[in-house]
Design a protein around this ligand. Sequence first.
Ligand code: CIZ
Length: 337
Amino acid sequence: MKNPPQDAAAKEILQQIAVLKKEREAVILAHNYQSPEIQDLADFTGDSLELSRIAAKTSAKVIVFCGVRFMAETAFILSPEKTVLLPVLEAGCTLADYATAEQVREMKKKHPDAIVVTYVNSSAEVKAETDICCTSANAVEIVRSINRDRPILFVPDYNLGHYAAKVTGRDLILWDGCCPTHALLSTFAVAKAKKKWPKAQVIMHPECKAEALELADYVGSTSGMLKYVKSQPTGTSFIVGTEAGLLHRMQKENPDKVFYVASEYLICPMMKMITLKDVKTSLEKMQHVITVEEDIRARAQAAVDAMLRYTGTVSKQPPSSVAETEFSIGMEGKDAV
Ligand code: CIZ
């Protein structure tokens, strides 16, 4: 049951946020994994690719990024003239922490011909060592677009890399990192959910382990899953194998369908750190400002822009001082990077 005093308090905070947002000329972006109240408050909700595009295009002076640190960093990388705020500084990403710039440089020495493809779930320093970034929405497309005679080092998510390798038939050099939330989803848990809801389709995120993905009817990013469920007939039910925050948006946009989370453990503690009060305080005190040192930012921007160019959007920044990467000549497919 709802608690009326709490509702009144939340309403008051929401009003204060609306006033502050106007004063600061701010836009609020929320990742699909954020808590329902944060998703409902945001101007835009999406995956990291969609939010990167919005961050690159918005005319707002301040971006309040309700997500985790690498996402706020990416927004700053694309829009250094804006103030990017991360309401909770401790909201990090365990997957991103699996790779340091130093480790990537070491791997590049071992594989000097390799194209470095880095998942956006990575630090700015790691992006700066990268040829082209990808998200879970375009990892397959990006890998497929690289000339077959070039080896590919895929950083830092083993499972996403493994999935992209399987779909494209490419032999990738994989990094030993993972998202603990997704990697913990076992085949046992998925099989149990299937037994409980036998008519439901199983949709899963490619950060899950390969053996669990074998049980899926559809594999895709959060935006891919949202599109997929929309395309299915009224009354369809789904077992959802990704962070539970996505179910809020799925149910809101598809009231005619039924969603079950594949496991009660599909909760990323980092993604759940930001509260309404944090957003208000963030706008009030203009905290926590996320910046990236210029040399690193410019190199990271080249890698993010390479991805955005490939998927049809470039950041508004003037071309970075970083030279076009030589592999661009070797790209196959549509607009070569
Ligand atoms: O790319 C993203 O935003 C992540 C972390 C997951 C997804 O599939 O949206």
